[in-house]
Design a protein around this ligand. Structure first.
Ligand code: ZN
Length: 271
């Protein structure tokens, strides 16, 4: 297991990439931060979510800036409305630009083997998972809040890559990006119950009970567990240990801001 994403600063724009993915030379990875956009408070400054209170033109300008810094054609981005389920979309050339249509379809994970077609999920505490099969040249993104984690959404994306592109899980590289950590993800009993019901006692060490009757849950840890169970070798996983809520000066955190926040994008594109 590798421990860190890389923080890049290009022309005042800060975004993360996954070193093990970068080393293959096959793809662009970009997990955006709050920094480098043109949105004004309280969405300052890199907000990539439409419907968060920003002018549409401002959000489009943020995409243009991010695409320029991270080297992807932002106008071709494929992203969907996220609904905390585990349906996976196989993106094709004709889907280019789906991120900017008025009525996006609903998917929490996207995979593709089309080059020059960036795919993305949106985040502000929920776990971002990036996938790269360097042998079959295919990529994927998945969004996993606690419901998506319990539904093994990232593992569903791995399965879809195996079906659609003949990927072998043993070849797939995984990047699990910044998300709310167990330091800050305090929950009632519903979250641990969902995890234990999906994964059994094997995930009990990712759940801690506090003195106040509440629980603290490591969603990133459970997603890594779920992906390893789906056949991903542990050595293929890069796990960011950064907590979006603790580092809210760098990342958007839904919990920290009580929902008044922008959105980050977790993007991958085959070159
Ligand atoms: Zn934290």
């Amino acid at each position: 297991m590798h421990n860190a994403f890389k923080l890049n600063n290009i022309d005042g724009v800060s975004f993360l990439s996954v070193p093990s993915f970068d080393e293959t030379g096959l793809c662009v990875t970009c997990f955006s931060t709050r920094l480098g956009g043109v949105s004004r408070p309280p969405l300052d400054s890199m907000n990539l979510g439409f419907g968060r209170g920003d002018e549409r033109e401002t959000v489009l300008e943020n995409y243009r800036i991010l695409g320029g810094a991270a080297h992807f054609p932002h106008e071709r981005l494929v992203a969907f409305t996220q609904v905390h389920k585990n349906d996976v979309f196989v993106a094709e050339e004709k889907d280019a630009g789906e991120a900017f249509v008025a009525q996006k379809r609903e998917y929490d994970a996207v995979v593709t083997n089309v080059r020059n077609l960036p795919i993305a999920t949106y985040h502000a505490d929920c776990v971002p998972v990036l996938l790269l099969d360097p042998k079959r040249c295919a990529v994927g993104v998945a969004h996993a809040g606690w419901r998506g984690t319990a539904l093994s959404c990232p593992a569903a994306a791995v399965r879809k890559m195996c079906e659609a592109f003949s990927s072998d899980p043993g070849d797939i590289l995984v990047g699990i990006g910044p998300a709310i950590g167990e330091c800050c993800f305090e929950t009632d009993g519903d979250v641990p119950e969902a995890m234990l019901s999906s994964f059994g006692d094997d995930v009990s060490h990712f759940i801690k009970r506090g003195d106040n009757g509440k629980f603290r849950v490591s969603l990133s840890g459970i997603n890594a567990f779920s992906l390893i169970k789906a056949g991903i070798p542990q050595k293929n996983i890069t796990l960011s240990r950064e907590c979006t809520c603790c580092k809210s000066e760098l990342y958007w955190s839904h919990r920290k801001t009580h929902g008044v926040r922008g959105a980050m994008a977790s993007i991958i594109m085959l070159k």
